[in-house]
Design a protein around this ligand. Structure first.
Ligand SMILES: [Zn+2]
Length: 161
């Protein structure tokens, strides 16, 4: 399994100097460490890239073929993990910027994504969502914009219409 921390750390629960330094530099989060330990304890072959703790939900980014393992039979694993972490888990597959946007906005439907060219030559993706769906989003638009940038390096802005 591929985890943000090494296997020895996941097993012992104490971070080695390499993993500790990744944590200090912000390359991994406390949630990455915590989830890695829990998964190791669970004893199943489940890996992930990042775990991000937001206000209401923990978002886990993993390879697409790992999503089923995270959910487990009848949702068993997801339930165990949510209980241990004390928060609902949302597992999304590693994908392109557009796929990631759709995953984050779900269950709300994206009306469209337009590329906007900024004066400095960079681009941003404008994600159009219905205003009446705003309350159905799992997190604030600002939080979503920040998280998507940290995951994909892509700039987005959410536009309600
Ligand atoms: Zn380590």
């Amino acid at each position: 399994m591929v985890l943000p921390i090494c296997e020895i750390c996941a097993k012992s629960g104490v971070l080695c100097s390499a993993c500790e330094s990744k944590l200090q530099k912000g390359k991994i989060s406390e949630t990455d460490v915590e989830l890695s330990k829990i998964l190791h304890e669970l004893g199943q072959d489940i890996g992930f890239d990042h775990a991000i703790n937001t206000e209401n939900v923990i978002i886990v980014v993993t390879a697409k073929d790992q999503i089923g393992n995270f959910i487990g039979k009848g949702g068993d694993n997801l339930k165990i993990l949510s209980d241990k972490l004390g928060k609902q888990l949302k597992v999304i597959g590693r994908g392109s910027l557009e796929e990631t946007i759709h995953d984050f906005v779900a269950p709300v439907k994206v009306l469209g994504i337009n590329t906007v060219f900024k004066p400095d030559g960079s681009t941003t993706k404008r994600v159009r969502v219905r205003s009446k769906d705003k309350k159905k989003l799992r997190m604030s638009p600002e939080e979503m914009e920040k998280l998507i940038k940290s995951l994909t390096d892509g700039e987005i802005e959410i536009l309600f219409e």
